[in-house]
Design a protein around this ligand. Sequence first.
Ligand code: A2P
Length: 323
Amino acid sequence: MTGKATTVKLSGGGRKMPYVGLGTYEVKGEEVGVALRAALECGYRHVDTAASYQNEEAIGDVLQEWLTSGKVTREELFITTKLPFIGTRAGDVAKFLQKSLQKLRVSYVDLYLIHSPVGFMGQHDEDHKPVDSEGNRVVDPNTDLESTWRAMEDQVECGRAHTIGISNFNSVQINRIMKGCRIPPANLQVEAQIYHQQKDLKAFCHKLGISFCAYSPLGAPYLTNGTGDRPPPLKHPRVTSIATRLKRTPAQVLLRFLIQLDMIVIPKSSNPDRIRENFQVFDFELSQEDMSSLEALDCGKEGRIVKLEESRRHHEYPFDIPF
Ligand code: A2P
């Protein structure tokens, strides 16, 4: 990505996905309402949620407020939500998407993602983190990604989702979806940040026409010890020195870096000042030299922060192969 483009054209119909979206993982209730209002006020039009974040209703309230007041049109918004881990079965896709639409109070989402290749067995539709008597996550031994994908395609055909995609899938799983699909995935959402830059997976996706969205682009600082011995990305001396020289913040440098690598970013924040800061990344560019110095911080697979350990016992656990 070069220049000041603010959106990425998606495959299949050419819908445009904004490079910056508001991440909302585990931000709930009034907190997510404050965050989304601040985001919309300063120009965000892309919001990322998931059934398992349990904040779709609160997000729906704000969307409704903005849509009915005419401050924004539905066509201007880009709303992503995700099929929960407990819904990763062909027979459950329509039901869970309909529930999400009802909570978000919209008739379609712009992008519907399979949240993970790993399926869980919930006791009911809100049982997002089912555990057995020993405290282990109850995984679904029958997850069949190809048939789940066919049900995702049905959602596009009946208008509930304008585009569909996948999250936390590896290249082998993506290849399986690509083989024989009627509608290829428009987007892959995975962790990407300076220590885990996902170069191979991103190149693989771009070759297939799949756009690439980075979650935890700031390095998920709320995950204590996530980076091991390495400084948190927001505090890395190379990041802070570039930020000081360019009169930007470390977060802006980290986000701009990923955008210039042609990644969509969904930084999460519930603080209105930081939400505004994270959107001001289209009026400057990192030089090739700065890009190279940040690219050199990549630790490959070792740099992964979000490991989805609770999914490890499932036959589709995605993070055991190089990419
Ligand atoms: P807060 O909600 O208090 O702003 P990631 O998107 O990589 O998972 O990171 C999200 C975390 O980073 C949140 O804990 C958020 O805290 C913090 N954060 C978001 N934006 C910024 C920023 N501009 N500067 C510093 N920390 C930020």
